[in-house]
Design a protein around this ligand. Sequence first.
Ligand SMILES: [Zn+2]
Length: 276
Amino acid sequence: MTCAVGCLGAALAACGGPSPQHAARPGQSASAAAAPSKPPTLAPGPAGLTPVFTNGPRTQDKTVALTFDADMTADEGPRAEAGERFDNPQLIDTLRGFKVPATVFMTGRWAEEYPQEARAIGRDPLFEVANHSYSHYAFTSNCYGLPTVGEADMRGDVERAYAAFKKAGVPKAMPYFRFPGGCYDQRALRALSAVGVTAVQWDVVSGDAFATDADAVARQVLEGVKPGSVVVMHCTRSAAPTTEQALRTIVPELRKQGFRFVKVSELIGQTAAGHR
Ligand SMILES: [Zn+2]
């Protein structure tokens, strides 16, 4: 299925898929509830190029978006079968316990492996599910040793992830896409222009990938966060084993400093509205 943002909502509402709540509003922020339930996006660049979002407005309103990449690569099925855990339910529980809204950038392959978790995250108003490709293959060459997606397959890979989310029962995935490894170029932005997504990068690297010291991860985040920041973390136990523990320091400390946790959609909404 080829579906730009404009028809995403309509397609999901009409699909009558696994979710009986097709008419339910996602019910997020007040502004989202007042408008038709179309998530905010950035305007495309020249020649319709996919826009790239890095952080929200640096205003006095101290907002910060924690984002979690639910990584699983298309060829990691045998490793999951052998017992490796690419999910992290404890981390999701901790976010719920703290009532911290978050955006989960999920690969389609992850949703196939953990459909119940994908569905539960997708149906929880505390969270939003965004797209991290189906395969977690890189959209440029030389990206952390990841295998690469050919230009002709880029759009299909992103759309295949949306199909996987829908099949898992995620009622409404957001039109936000995070490039695997964060690697992109003009060619990749052009290849995705018809999908209608906003590419989402970050301005704070948590360093949680393969970290062994939760305190070091927490310190790096706390030193990096500014109003409007987007923090990249991982929701994958095997590759980011200390993230949940680091959150137990990060969340109370940022709240003490007056930060409010928001989803990426809220930061994009503020940015699209011209920082007002
Ligand atoms: Zn990733």
